[in-house]
Design a protein around this ligand. Structure first.
Ligand SMILES: Nc1ncnc2c1ncn2[C@@H]1O[C@H](COP(=O)(O)OP(=O)(O)O)[C@@H](O)[C@H]1O
Ligand SMILES: [Mg+2]
Length: 374
């Protein structure tokens, strides 16, 4: 539905230098899906979104919606933002304070170049207010609404023009933590129910994992990995993604040999001993690599378990966190974080065994380790 190809957008900075805010960004979003741009502050998420909206003029690339170009450097096309018919909600969504809820949502229709009749405006506004669960507040002053309600009002206002594409830039980041989580569910429900093709921008990895059909992780203006939330979390392809999305243990390693029986399995020598690991990349014996293992994928036991991928360690510290416990276990020179069920309770200084499923030990080639800096 939306297709972004080789998008580059630059800004001049104060010193007259060029900031490459979006570099060779390409992705496709199918009809009705929610696609997220995830990354730390300054990585180019807003620039990419504003380029799609037409609020920035890119340097090069192509953006098409339903096969029709809204921007193309090759064909010299630039459709004005108000002609693109996209709905947008920003972090600092502005509610018109002198208007009530109904008027806020009706406003875009009233100023639109297409003339809407009074009855049509009424029908459309009430339909979107029902969709966001604010129909009973139509007459209320906008400023008398709670933060979450104002957020939904901003969304209703973006939806009333029935946009082809919805662009959301950190729309929940001004809400407190509890409300943010509730709005997350509401947003997801609404997006699915209305089948809205949506680009969502956030620096919050748990928000991205919870909401998205697909995530593009960005670093320094580039997409460094694109995939389903599960792909991104369970099969990070470089160090930046493994580190930015969730918590992980990193182990330095050297490849010994492919593990014969299973494709994409390798035997490595790591800083905690010999391990069997998984990777979608190819390796040769002697190659340097990095292993990423999530703390919840490190099992602990008092007795030595059977099989491979077992290491012996000593409990350094432990922290009770309610639904789970975090153990820091020293293995050789390395401290490993293990997140286990609170029923596993041993004292600090005890000897424990770590066991890691080879499928959960993700092997990243050396050249992908520092890609973020490139
Ligand atoms: N209007 C602008 N003028 C100059 N530099 C900008 C402008 N907007 C953004 N930048 C720079 O472009 C880079 C990407 O910014 P942005 O897209 O806002 O990142 P994000 O939304 O991921 O935090 C940053 O280095 C930022 O300082
Ligand atoms: Mg931003």
């Amino acid at each position: 539905m939306l297709s972004v190809k080789n998008l580059c957008t630059e800004y001049p900075n104060d010193k007259g230098e060029v900031v490459k805010a979006a570099q060779d960004v390409s992705f496709d979003v199918p009809e009705g899906k929610l696609f997220t741009l995830l990354g730390p502050s300054g990585c180019g998420k807003t620039t990419t979104l504003r380029s799609i909206a037409g609020l920035e003029r890119p340097k090069s690339g192509e953006i098409t919606v339903g096969g029709v170009a809204v921007y193309s450097s090759g064909k010299s096309i630039f459709i004005q933002p108000n002609k693109r018919n996209f709905g947008m909600v920003f972090q600092s969504y502005a509610i018109w304070p002198h208007m009530n809820v109904f008027q806020n949502v009706a406003f875009p229709l009233e100023v639109s170049s297409r003339k809407y009749g009074k009855q049509e405006i009424e029908t459309r506004v009430m339909r979107v207010l029902r969709a966001v669960g604010l129909d009973q507040y139509a007459d209320r002053e906008a400023t008398k609404m709670s933060g979450g309600q104002q957020q939904r009002l901003a969304l209703a206002r973006a939806l009333v023009m029935e946009p082809k594409l919805l662009l959301l830039d950190e729309p929940l980041s001004n809400l407190d933590a509890k409300l943010r989580e509730r709005m997350r569910f509401e947003l997801k429900r609404m997006q699915r129910e209305l089948g809205l093709t949506t680009i969502y921008v956030t620096h919050d990895q748990s928000e991205a994992l919870a909401l998205s059909h697909e995530i593009a992780v960005m670093s320094a203006g580039r997409i460094v990995q694109c995939g389903s939330p599960r792909d991104i979390y369970e099969r990070p392809r470089n160090k930046f993604v493994a580190d930015f999305v969730g918590i992980t243990n990193f182990l330095d390693a050297t490849i010994e040999a492919p593990e014969g029986t299973v494709d994409s399995r390798f035997r490595v020598h790591s800083s905690i001993g010999k391990l069997c690991v998984t990777s979608s990349e190819s390796f040769r014996a002697g190659d340097a690599a990095l292993i990423s293992v999530r703390p919840e994928d490190v099992d602990l036991s008092v007795e030595r378990p059977n099989g491979d991928n077992v290491a012996e360690g000593v409990v350094d510290t432990k922290v009770f966190l309610g639904e789970y416990m975090d153990y820091q276990v020293r293995v050789a020179d390395q401290v490993m974080l293990a997140r286990v069920h609170p029923s596993f309770n041993v004292s600090t200084g005890s000897k424990v065994y770590l066991h890691m499923n080879p499928e959960k030990c993700i092997c990243i080639p050396e050249d992908k380790q520092y890609r973020q800096a490139a």
